[in-house]
Design a protein around this ligand. Structure first.
Ligand SMILES: C[S@@+](CC[C@H](N)C(=O)[O-])C[C@H]1O[C@@H](n2cnc3c(N)ncnc32)[C@H](O)[C@@H]1O
Length: 273
């Protein structure tokens, strides 16, 4: 199996078990201005009528987009289980929801005014091919707007969790580790420009926003434990990780029991020339 095929097989298998995992973790998260990361992305394409969601998952972002009048919406995802949830949303009854790969989009040239992607572009292999495909299906002047993971806010629970998780992953046998996902160039503005520029996009507008995912220790565990790396770990390891994390999380809690848990997102926008 090629590296790309094994990455995509892992993603399909993970989302078969947990088809709404990202929406469950991020729907309740809030930026300092009170918006969720889904709402931030939605506002970036406010004027666009024909919108494609790349790696749409269970359709939460498309549901936000469906509140805009007269929109024609489409979504593509590797996971049939996630798409089944998207198809159950009444607001998406008119949307075109396709199982497929972003590297080979099942849409005609010039089909969309905007393409959005929430926490998905950074997972994709052969991302130069994805950029070329997005450019093909967008009309000239069309917008690509993405939310990309930007890591933990320092000194808070997400960062502590990632440090603890790393030691568990290092101790696990290779068969219980996830494949390397995505292309590291998507983690910086210059890297993303190097992908999007050759496909015909303008320089990226790049903004980093902290998302507050805090709550009780149990609520924060529910958020952080949805990360891909936990999927293959054995049950005993996950239970030890949970116990260690809960001890630390409770120590981090404020007088109201709230555990601070910040996660940074990068909001990247570029326009097709
Ligand atoms: C972290 S989830 C995000 C789901 C959704 N956008 C959200 O934020 O709620 C990443 C999604 O991207 C999809 N995905 C990853 N690589 C893909 C590819 N090459 N083509 C299509 N979908 C892909 C996965 O199946 C998964 O549903």
């Amino acid at each position: 199996m090629t590296a790309t095929a094994s990455q995509e097989a892992f993603l399909r298998a993970f989302h078969a078990e947990r088809p709404a995992v990202t929406a469950e973790a991020f729907e309740g998260g809030r930026a300092p201005d009170g918006r969720s990361s889904y709402e931030i992305l939605c506002h970036r394409v406010a004027g666009s009528r024909r919108v494609l969601d790349l790696g749409c998952g269970d359709g939460l972002l498309l549901e936000h987009l469906a509140r805009g009048e007269g929109r024609r919406l489409a979504g593509v995802d590797l996971s049939p289980e996630s798409l089944a949830l998207a198809r159950r949303r009444p607001s998406l009854s008119g949307a075109r929801l396709e199982e497929g790969r972003a590297q080979s989009l099942p849409f005609d040239d010039d089909s969309f005014d905007a393409c959005v992607s929430h926490m998905a572009l950074m997972l994709m292999a052969e991302v130069d091919q994805v950029a070329a495909e997005v450019a093909r299906v967008l009309s000239p002047g069309g917008v690509l707007a993405c939310v990309l993971g930007g890591g933990a806010v320092g000194g808070e629970a997400y960062g502590r969790f990632i440090a603890m998780l790393r030691s568990f992953v290092e101790a696990a046998p290779p068969s219980r580790r996830i494949p390397a996902l995505g292309d590291s160039r998507t983690r910086s503005r210059d890297g993303l420009d190097g992908i999007l520029g050759p496909a015909g996009f303008t320089a990226t507008h790049w903004e980093t926003v902290p998302i507050d995912l805090g709550g009780s220790a149990d609520e924060v565990w529910e958020v952080v434990s949805r990360m891909y790396d936990l999927g293959p770990l054995d049950r005993a390891a996950v239970e030890r990780l949970r116990a260690g994390f809960m001890t630390e999380a409770k120590e981090m809690a404020g007088p109201d029991g709230r555990v601070p848990c910040g996660f940074r997102i990068h909001v990247a926008t570029a326009r097709l020339r």
